[in-house]
Design a protein. Structure first.
Length: 257
């Protein structure tokens, strides 16, 4: 009877040991499997990583466009600076010339003629206003009541006004071909655009073809942004638009090389 009891007790101990091992194995398996909260957290991490990669790609594209436009603007700024330096040299030369009274009349005539040529060959913005300024200069040159200093001052003032157009962003409403009222946008001497009030039609002036060319939907949206920026209705931002003038044509066509 004692032997039987010991064997029964041994079997019972072995059973408990096996049950404990099985329970421990099940606990370990359950610990290895990701819980639902951890799965949700991992999904959020994966989604955030994909969004970060997309933002990095967009940032790289914008940086590339910014560098390209910055280089273009630097080249254009050198052209405009050259014109300003040329004008300053002419002023200095006139101040120091002993024969100013003799050389001034033909020089003023030449400056007015070059300004007239520039307006004719430039982007066709504010044409009536700019041509009227040149006409006033021509009448001033034959006005006997004005001395040489006043004539020189008015001619140089007109030149400064034209040079400043290359540094300005401007927007106004006017007539297109005397038929339609549109909003005009000018980006210095780089781009000249129009947009109808409903935004359904728009164009860019192409100097080489000497005509307006239509803009697609994306470009018209960019022009609309530019109009808001020029009117101080929107913070400045990068605009992606076709240009009107080639770089070599952006300066003064009548200036000395």
């Amino acid at each position: 009877m004692k032997t039987i009891r010991l064997r029964g007790f041994s079997c019972l101990v072995i059973w408990f040991l096996l049950a404990g091992v099985a329970q421990a194995q099940e606990t370990a398996d359950n610990a290895d499997a990701p819980s639902p909260p951890k799965q949700a957290q991992q999904a959020k991490i994966d989604a955030a990583d994909e969004e970060t990669q997309a933002l990095l790609a967009e940032l790289s594209r914008l940086e590339s466009n910014t560098r390209r436009l910055s280089a273009y603007n630097d080249e254009l700024e050198r052209v405009v600076t050259h014109q300003a330096d040329l004008l300053e040299r002419r002023e200095s030369a006139l101040d120091s010339a002993n024969t100013m009274q003799e050389s001034l009349p033909p020089l003023l005539r030449t400056l007015v003629q070059r300004l007239d040529h520039w307006v004719d060959s430039d982007l066709p913005f504010l044409q009536e206003k700019r041509k009227a300024r040149v006409d006033n200069l021509e009448q001033m040159l034959v006005n006997p009541e004005l001395d040489g200093a006043k004539r020189l001052d008015r001619v140089l003032s007109a030149w400064r006004t034209e040079l400043n157009y290359g540094r300005e962003m401007d927007a106004w409403r006017g007539m297109l071909d005397e038929q339609r009222e549109v909003d005009f946008l000018r980006l210095g001497r780089v781009g000249f655009y129009y947009l109808t009030p409903n935004g359904h039609e728009g164009g860019v002036w192409r100097s080489e073809q000497n005509e307006w060319q239509p803009l697609n939907d994306d470009a018209r949206r960019q022009v609309h942004k530019g109009l808001s920026i020029a009117r101080d209705q929107r913070a400045p931002e990068l605009l992606e638009l076709p240009v009107s003038n080639a770089l070599q044509n952006a300066g003064d066509p009548g200036a000395d090389s």
